[in-house]
Design a protein around this ligand. Structure first.
Ligand code: B12
Ligand code: SF4
Length: 604
């Protein structure tokens, strides 16, 4: 049977990882293509035709749907809403839709409108589905606990892509991780035995991108690239050989555990192969919290020294941090800020602990009755909790917001960039490597746009000081400095819109209300003759607060208000209005205008 398969990747909302603000500087629309769908496309029978629409770079046209016999889609939890919109559209077009990927695999029972769920790893489940489809008896769900050998994974269909809108390509060398962190869903999805591709197969994928004309940055998406030490060294030697034979057209970035710093040989091989960035799961400098989360790979070593060693070898360290562990102390924010600042980790992904479905953490919190509903799938820059923490919730959210506003304060950000550049050696060419990822024209464009927009911004002085210092002391690192500046642009913006502004507004409203309530108390006791001002100020605060709450909860795009702050705020407002109603029945109706809303009800 011949079949036309349209593979559609739903849009991402704006998150820390979108770097939307920065993409314009380099003339790109998205950072990465959907490797899942490119891999699934390669697993289809040879006589099937495939087309791909990544809705992060292209819009889905009716003509695409008309062309297709069947639509395939893939999603992470964070794409839940865009997936629902896509499913509705495909249903309306009368085409069958098949879904797979991490979100359907963990939550398929809650997803409506999908005809077939082909879950877990497509290498195992897709074949059975295709056979049933062709026989006219396809079932609703295909699942398997088998963790297939990656030798069965074909070269992804990069030929279906237009490379231009993407700032980087993706490859996968391994799946699974040997560690056992309580909050991690990787080990649940892909297992604890790292499975790797044979070196020849992996280098074949690099070659395929090269043959298709791609040059530049490649993100190796493994959750822990160094999970299999023997295998990874072997593949690195092959990559080095390949890079040297082809004029070093690629630079690489990846994710790894912190113990990478312990293995000098491995570090040296990575640098030689062209690795310029590694994302480390540092999580927290608080040892008790690392122990409670079973993050054993980070214990018994100096995290500071490890970061420095990797940076000094020539690899930029970016890292993930988490706040909200049961063992976190009251000063966790200050400790996180100090660690991030001193270690020169410019791009730090700090998240509130989140209970992803299927994880050991999720199971424990469910057993303890501490879950508050489904995680949004995005744990960064979102001021909300999906579980009841040990620390008082408002204190925890306060601490989290403090970390983000502090580390993404432009002055502090550029200071960290300075530390980073001072540690990256010239030999591996931090500047040269960054430049190699883009053409000279793209670099010139990025430089020009960054200079024009950032020099005259509110943080222009810090930006110019950073550039001037780089030019003076390390002119070879200018391209890297521009790259970090344009990343900063995006990070400042997302912090300002999702954290700083709503947090400050909710805080000041709460304070205003508290003050008014105090004045009201005074008035009630007959001690405060200016108390009427308090009542009016309180009424104004309540009205503004109501508007804020309504905006936050009605717009899909703005869930980022400080939930616990608002909860406190509404409780205070309610008691304030209660007092008014009791003592001045006429005034209370005028002052508040309406009832304080019930928060959860407004979210629907
Ligand atoms: C690369 C990556 C990204 C890239 C995504 C780029 C892109 N365009 O895809 C970036 C860095 C942008 C990213 C960001 C985020 N990510 Co991410 N990411 C990954 C990572 C490391 C690799 C994904 C990948 O390409 N894998 C390779 C492919 C081949 O594997 P696969 O996707 O699993 O696909 C296989 C099967 O699932 C299945 N399959 C998949 N789709 C389909 C579809 C059909 C029809 C079929 C039949 C089969 C099928 O077959 C494939 C082959 O076996 C995964 C972890 C992982 N190991 O997969 C996390 C992961 C997917 N990300 C995750 C998260 C949480 C995020 C963020 C929300 C983090 C954050 N807080 O900001 C953001 C959100 C994105 C955004 N921009 O807003 C979670 C998702 C958890 C969940 N249950 O949804 C994961 C699992 C990692 C984790 N535990 O934290 N991510
Ligand atoms: S080291 Fe990273 S990928 Fe491995 S279990 Fe821990 S969090 Fe998950």
């Amino acid at each position: 049977m011949n079949m036309k398969v349209l593979l559609v990747y739903p849009e991402f909302p704006e998150t820390f990882w979108s770097f939307r603000g920065s993409l314009g500087f380099v003339g790109k629309k998205a950072n990465f293509p959907p490797l899942s769908l490119l891999t699934v496309a390669a697993l289809l029978p040879g006589n099937y035709e495939a087309r791909i629409v990544d809705m992060n770079v292209l819009s889905l046209r009716q003509a695409d749907l008309d062309w297709a016999d069947i639509v395939f889609t893939s999603a992470m939890l964070v794409q839940k809403e865009s997936l629902a919109r896509l499913v509705e559209r495909v249903n309306k077009a009368g085409k069958p839709i098949v879904a797979g990927g991490p979100y359907p695999t963990q939550c398929w029972e809650g997803i409506a409108g999908v005809d077939h769920f082909v879950l877990n790893e497509a290498e195992v489940t897709l074949g059975a589905f295709i056979a049933d489809l062709e026989a006219g008896c396809a079932r609703k769900v295909y699942q398997s606990a088998e963790k297939p050998d990656l030798e069965r994974t074909p070269i992804p269909r990069y030929d279906l892509l237009d490379f231009k809108p993407y700032s980087s390509m993706m490859l996968q060398y391994s799946r699974g991780c040997p560690n056992d962190c309580e909050f991690c869903d990787i080990i649940e999805l892909y297992g604890r035995k790292p499975r790797v591709k044979p070196p020849g197969q992996f280098v074949g994928e690099i070659e395929s991108l090269y043959r298709l004309g791609y040059r530049g940055g490649i993100f190796i998406v493994d959750d822990n690239f160094i999970g299999n030490r023997v295998g990874v060294k072997e593949v690195l030697r092959r990559i080095i050989e390949w890079q040297e034979g082809h004029g070093r057209p690629f630079t690489f970035s990846t994710e790894a555990s912190v113990d990478l710093a312990k293995d000098e040989e491995l570090l040296a091989l990575m640098v030689k192969a062209g690795f310029t960035m590694a994302f480390l799961g540092i999580e927290t400098p608080v040892v008790e919290s690392l122990v409670s989360a079973h993050k054993t790979a980070n214990l018994g070593i100096s995290l500071h020294d490890s970061v420095r060693r990797i940076q000094e070898s020539g690899i930029e360290v970016t890292a993930g941090f988490i706040i909200g562990f049961d063992a976190d102390p009251e000063d966790v924010a200050e400790r996180q800020i100090a660690f991030i600042q001193e270690s020169g980790i410019a791009t730090a992904m700090v998240g509130l602990l989140s209970a992803l479905p299927g994880t050991a953490l999720y199971r424990r919190l469910a057993a303890e009755g501490r879950l508050l509903g489904e995680s949004s799938g995005d744990n960064t820059h979102e001021l909300r909790l999906d579980f009841v923490p040990k620390m008082e919730a408002s204190k925890l959210i306060d601490a989290y917001a403090r970390v983000l506003t502090s580390i993404y304060d432009p002055k502090r950000y550029f200071e960290r960039c300075g530390v980073l550049l001072s540690r990256l050696p010239r030999r591996t060419g931090a500047g040269r490597a960054a430049a190699a990822e883009r053409s000279t024209l793209e670099n010139a464009r990025a430089f020009f746009l960054s200079f024009a927009r950032q020099s005259f911004s509110r943080y222009g002085l810090h930006y110019l000081r950073f550039l001037a210092t780089t030019l003076l002391h390390r002119p070879w690192a200018l391209a890297k400095a521009i790259e970090k500046s344009i990343h900063g642009f995006s990070l400042f913006e997302i912090t300002r819109t999702k954290v700083r502004r709503p947090w400050a507004m909710a805080k000041s409203l709460g304070q205003e209300l508290e003050l008014s309530a105090k004045r009201l108390d005074g008035l009630m006791g007959g001690k405060d003759i200016a108390g009427i001002e308090g009542i009016l100020a309180g009424a104004r605060a309540i009205r503004r607060g109501l508007r804020l709450i309504a905006a936050a909860y009605s717009a899909h795009s703005a869930p980022g208000l400080v939930e616990s702050q608002l909860r406190t705020f509404t409780e205070r407002a309610a008691s304030f209005l209660g007092d008014l109603a009791l003592r001045f029945p006429g005034l209370s109706a005028d002052a508040a205008g309406r009832r304080v809303p019930d928060l959860p009800a407004m979210r629907n």
